[in-house]
Design a protein around this ligand. Structure first.
Ligand code: ADE
Ligand code: ZN
Length: 389
């Protein structure tokens, strides 16, 4: 069994994380931006401190479960510190005076209240380097969380509407994903997600542009405000994606009714459902999803923070597992929802007593439900089997 002390892992993690930021956020003269400097110093001091009691158990703790992260919006990984650092680098004045004020806005009442802040904070993403820095920061943190394969959504329309080109956002993210296996031990795929509160024409136009520029995308997704924007609105988009040989996924049953899940399956012919928790209101649908082994990428902390469920204790995940659904655990927008995939697992274990057996089962589900090659899936399943969990 492979153990390292968790406190040490976090120290290494925070060093890696800050060093990467520090490396890439300095300007050409090597000068670090003051905000980063402050953060870097803070982190450096932190890593030099004596570990807190609870962080350094004698026997150490097991390494996190090796998992595939299948539901992750790269823009949702923008941590408050990085938002301020990028704003400074790009000369953007934020409507918050400091981190504390920004963090005070992370009290969401529903999906839309989150989306308003999520889109507003994207203003700091201006250059390819910004997109690359954000992606690198996520991968550094994800590696510590046990992520070994990640399928990462990018919202191109959210950047185009701000005057940021497709090349800037796609190339910035893709340039880092291209080396993610070597740099972080994480194989990755990029998924272009379309905003369902915009028109299908807009989505089709952007998809054609992505295809014309030979963007390295493995598939398309459907996200943003769900209620009132049913899957049927995007029938032609998904048909075009299928025609182009792309994988297809869609958010459904996060806030929207079970009928949206049915339509995503029947009309959009999706291969995975993002969230899908409201399927539990329709026993016939549950039976169908079980029969079809349809993957549901569940995001427990997200559901609590966006009030799709009242508390983690009331989350339907245990019932979904009991029903035999093909569920896995994901972080959605970890910078906004209080944690990465390891934090989701940790809270599921501590708050609802989810068993190690169920965690391993969902880790295996995540690997099998990914769009990775059969060879990569076999490698990851073997890693999971050998992980000691
Ligand atoms: N975009 C980013 N996060 C999202 C979520 N949880 N639901 C829908 N769209 C999103
Ligand atoms: Zn999502």
């Amino acid at each position: 069994m492979n153990y390292i002390p968790i406190g040490r892992a976090r120290q290494i993690g925070s060093m890696l994380f800050t060093l990467h930021w520090f490396d890439s956020i300095g300007d050409a003269s090597g000068r670090a931006y003051p905000y980063r400097m402050e953060t870097y110093d803070g982190e450096a001091q932190l890593t030099a401190e004596e570990p807190e009691e609870s962080e350094e158990p004698e026997a150490g703790e097991p390494l996190p479960l090796p998992v595939a992260e299948l539901h992750l919006h790269i823009e949702g990984t923008l941590e408050p510190e990085l938002i301020f650092a990028l704003a400074e680098r790009n000369g953007i004045e934020l409507p918050y005076k400091d981190l504390e004020e920004l963090r005070s806005r992370y009290e969401f009442t529903d999906l839309q209240s989150f989306l308003d802040l999520y889109y507003a904070n994207m203003a700091v993403l201006q250059t390819e380097q910004d997109f690359a820095d954000m992606t690198r920061a996520y991968l550094a943190r994800a590696a510590l969380a046990g992520v070994r394969h990640a399928e990462i959504m990018l919202d191109p329309q959210a950047h185009l509407s701000r005057g940021v080109s497709l090349e800037t956002c796609v190339n910035g993210v893709a340039s880092v994903l291209a080396g993610s296996r070597e740099e972080f031990g994480i194989s990755t795929l990029l998924i272009a997600a379309f905003l369902r509160d915009l028109t299908e024409e807009s989505a089709l136009e952007v998809l054609e542009q992505l295809l014309a520029m030979d963007a390295p995308i493995a598939g398309i997704g459907l996200d943003s405000a769900e209620v009132g924007n049913p899957p049927a609105k995007f029938e032609r988009l998904f048909a075009r994606a299928k025609d182009a040989g792309l994988h297809r996924i869609a958010h459904a049953g996060e806030e929207g009714p079970p009928s949206y899940i049915i339509d995503a399956l029947d009309i959009l012919e999706v291969e995975r459902i993002d969230h899908g928790i409201r399927c539990m209101e329709d026993p016939e649908l549950v039976e169908r999803l079980v029969d079809e082994l349809m993957p549901l990428t569940v995001c427990p902390l997200s559901n609590v923070r966006l009030r799709a469920v009242d508390t983690l204790a009331e989350h339907p995940l245990p019932a979904m597992l009991a029903a035999g659904l093909n569920v896995c655990v994901n972080s959605d927008d970890p910078a906004y929802f209080g944690g990465y995939v390891d934090d989701n697992f940790a809270q599921l274990q501590s708050v609802i007593g989810l068993s190690e057996f169920d965690c391993v089962r969902m880790a295996a589900n995540s690997i099998r439900s990914s769009f990775a090659s059969e060879e990569r899936k076999a490698e990851l399943l073997a890693e999971l089997a050998a992980s000691g969990h």
